[in-house]
Structures are given as C-alpha cells and as structure tokens.
Design a binder for this molecule. Structure first.
Ligand code: MV4
Length: 448
C-alpha cells in the first residue's frame, strides 16, 4: 500500500479522496492554486503545495507543477479526482515515466475510450450493444447518405473527439444531412482541433443509464449496478439515482454482467463507467468514462463499497478479493448536485457564504468542501456540494430527500436547492417517469 498520495484536485472531490486515504492510513498532499489557499481540502490535508495562479490551465492542469509537487513531498501516487487531468492519457504516461503511480486505468485504456469511434469499436468487439451507425468516421456526404439509408432517419452526427454533447447535430431526413454534417465537422474542428465526425441512429426519448465497473487490471472485474442520470440540463447532470427506476433485476444483471466481462477482457484497472442510452427495453452504448464520477456516492450507498478506497487498493497492486456474487445491492439512493447558481437560469453565483447548515440524520450524506465564511472563487465549476440520501425503498428515499432539503441552509449565494424542492412536487419525478429531455421541458414550463 502507498504511504503518501497527492490529490490533484480541489473542492468536494479532493475531500472525498482525502477521507479515503485517511481511513487507509495514507498521508495526503493537497495541491492548490493561489485562489484556493483558504480551501477546505488544503486545511484538512497533511501537507499542501501551491501549484500556480487561479486559472486551471496554470494550476490544476499544470502537469509539470504537479509532478514537481510529488517530487518535493515524496508522494508515490496521484489521485486525479474527476475533471482536470483525470482522463488525460499524457498525464498518466508522464507520471509513469517519473515512477509515480497514476490512480486509474492505463494510459492506453484512457486513450482508446477518449476517442469516441475507437471506444465504440472496442465496446462492440467486446460484446457491448452499441447504437446502430457508421463503422468509424464519415468524411463525405455520399458516405453519410449511405449510412442514413441503411439505419433510417432521424440520425445524429457526433464529433469523434467530442463529449459533453458539444458539436452534435440531428438530421431528420436526407435533405437535412448535408448541412448537419458540414456544421458538425466545422464545429468539431473549431472546438477540438479534429473535424472527424460519425453518424448514429438518433434515439428520441431515451434515458441515460450508466453502469459502474471496477477492475483490478489483472483480469478480474465486477459491475456495481447502474445509475440513472437522465435529469440533465445542457449536458450537466442535476440529479442521479441508483438503481434506475426503469430497470428490473434481470435487466440489471444482464447488462451489468456483459459490461463486467468486457472490462475483465480488456484488463481494465480501477473504476469506470459505461454510458448507455436506454429506450424501449434496449441498451445502446454511447461512451465510457475512465474516471471516478461525481455521482459515485449513490453506488456506494447501495453497495456499501468505498469506491475511492477500491481505486487505491487496485492501484497498489491488489487483486479484487471478491466476485460478482459477493456484491449485494440494497435500498435506493438519490444525489442532488448543489451548485452555486440561480436555480432557474443556472447563472453562477460565486462569493462569500455567510452561513451554512447541513442536514443530517439517518441515511443522509453530504459531500462538500463548503464552510461558513468561505468565499467561492469564480474560476472553477460551481458544484459546492452533493446531498446524497439513502432509503430502503425509493419512496422512503424521496421522503428523506424532502426532509433533508427542508433543513438545508446556505446563505450569501444562490443555490440549486429550490430546484430540487420543486422537482419533489412533480408526479413524473415521484413515479420515476422521466427521460433525458424531461428537465429541460420542466424548466421551460417553470420559466413562464
Ligand atoms: C445521443 C442522443 C440520441 N441518440 N445519441 C448527449 C451527450 C453525449 N454524451 C451523448 N448525447 C446524446 N447522444 C443518439 N444516438 C441524445 C443525446 C443527448 C443526451 C444524452 C444523455 C443525457 C442527456 C442528453 C441530452 C441531449 C441529448
């Protein structure tokens, strides 16, 4: 096991990793920008190193500064959290060259899954169901038309280097194809420096369901069930739950076992998420995330596993000491992302937090680096905390969520808490009847 880990991140996820390290008896090194000198992760870590000015590109994305911080402090491994350098294959390689362990999958696996066409090809070859579409990239209108004829309309054009929904275009028929392809190509070129696009059948009312996996890089992998992340706004998740209200145990086992087998076959190391669109009882792979995700706590609540401790264990060379049948699911968990934003416009609201009171009690978990008097800097993501509630049933979970939100106090900045209070008044939410478009429609309705 490692003696000292450097946490290359900030905010609630830096605290989350720090807590896992402390329980494992591992020393922690925090890194921070000049804007984060007063941040909670710096206060709680055993040591800290300032790695640069506020802009992320000069600090949390500054590979040379982070490697130097490891060398100064003698950290043997780096936990990248999510965002920042967590899916940067080059970073993983550079750490390896410096004999520092990157806590996560191999640079090769990160690179494969970071290329959306390669990811899809790999998933398909490993027996994971994918969305019907082009075999690889499409570079001209004739090829695009052939694919359109083959799979039928509507189709969606996506950037190979994309992600987060940027540069996607829908064509409802062949006459819309030319403009959709050329717009997608030029947007992809401008945004990612790579104009390659591919085509898929457009699913009109899917849910976003993702399967959590954990592998040891030595041929064993298990799945930890799924999360339903359909409630999103502009490709930002807002509410996540485990299990998905749409699946039964047989469907869960079937997709989970397929995915776990695929990950074992690629000797995947660490945690990963296989994202699917789910419509009319069928799963369609879209992307894989090769990192710990923001919403991992809902999986922890229903499995009892500490995913960060598991990441650290496999990174230090341990094999999984359990098999799929040892993973037991119980109850239901929901996470609400608390952002410092106006709940209707989602305009960021940085600034001084005058007062904080967190809810508590049975089945309530808060992952947050907030404290009373803290000044939320304007330079980073507006996520300031996560409320995660657990219940024996989804109904109990919803009641506990309503109760927890009523106790929550954050004064001085706008937050998304009022959004969740309103969502709990919606029949579709209570019944679990929602798809990826539900939240945008709800917000359009409440704006009037
Ligand atoms: C799709 C789709 C419909 N059909 N692919 C958006 C982000 C990227 N991860 C994939 N996305 C989508 N891909 C096909 N073939 C609809 C979306 C999509 C979406 C997906 C998940 C969650 C929210 C979404 C909101 C709009 C569009």
């Amino acid at each position: 096991m490692f003696d000292k880990i450097l946490i290359a991140n900030r905010g609630e996820i830096a605290l989350r990793v720090l807590r896992a390290c402390r329980e494992l008896g591992i020393q922690t090194v925090a890194v921070h920008s000049t804007a984060d000198a007063d941040a909670m992760h710096v206060k709680l870590a055993d040591e800290s190193v300032c790695i640069g000015p506020p802009a992320a590109k000069d600090s949390y994305l500054n590979i040379a500064a982070i490697v130097a911080a490891c060398e100064i402090t003698g950290a043997e491994a780096v936990h990248p959290g999510y965002g920042f350098l967590s899916e940067n294959a080059k970073f993983a390689e550079i750490l390896t060259e410096h004999s520092i362990k990157f806590i996560g999958p191999s640079a090769e696996n990160i690179r494969t899954m970071g290329d959306k066409i390669e990811a899809k090809r790999t998933a398909k070859a490993l027996g994971i169901p994918v969305v019907p579409g082009s075999e690889g990239g499409v570079s001209n209108l004739e090829d695009a038309k052939r694919v359109g004829k083959d799979i039928g309309y509507p189709v969606i054009i996506k950037a190979t280097a994309g992600g987060g929904g940027r540069g996607m275009k829908v064509a409802n028929n062949e006459s819309e194809l030319e403009l959709a392809v050329s717009t997608a190509q030029s947007e992809a070129k401008a945004a990612f420096g790579n104009g390659e696009v591919y085509i898929e059948k457009y699913l009109q009312k899917p849910r976003h369901i993702e399967v959590q996996v954990l592998g040891d890089g030595q041929g064993s992998a298990v799945h930890l069930g799924e999360r339903d992340c359909s409630l999103q706004r502009r490709h930002q998740k807002v509410w996540e739950e485990a299990h998905s209200p749409a699946l039964n145990p047989e469907q869960r086992d079937a997709i989970g076992n397929r995915v776990a087998k695929a990950m074992a076959n690629m000797s995947y190391e660490g945690v990963g998420t296989i994202e699917f669109l789910y419509e009319d009882g069928e799963f369609y792979f879209i992307e894989m995330n090769t990192r710990l995700q923001v919403e991992h706590p809902v999986t922890e609540m229903i499995t009892g596993l500490d995913l960060v401790q598991e990441q650290i264990r496999v990174a230090s060379g341990n094999k999984l000491n359990y098999k799929q049948s040892d993973i037991q699911f119980s109850g239901h968990a929901i996470e609400c992302r608390i952002n410092a934003e106006n709940w209707q416009t989602f305009v960021p609201s940085p600034g001084k937090v005058d007062a904080v009171h967190f809810p508590g009690g049975l089945g309530v978990r808060i992952d947050s680096a907030l404290y009373s008097g803290y000044r939320i800097p304007p330079y980073y993501d507006s996520l300031i905390g996560k409320l995660i509630v657990f219940g024996k049933t989804r109904t109990e979970c919803l009641m506990r969520l309503r109760r927890s939100l009523s106790e929550f106090v954050i004064e001085g900045v706008d937050t998304t808490i009022p959004l969740f209070q309103r969502l709990l008044g919606e029949e579709d939410i209570i019944n679990g009847h929602y798809d990826i478009h539900w939240l945008e429609k709800f917000l359009a309705r409440t704006a009037q």
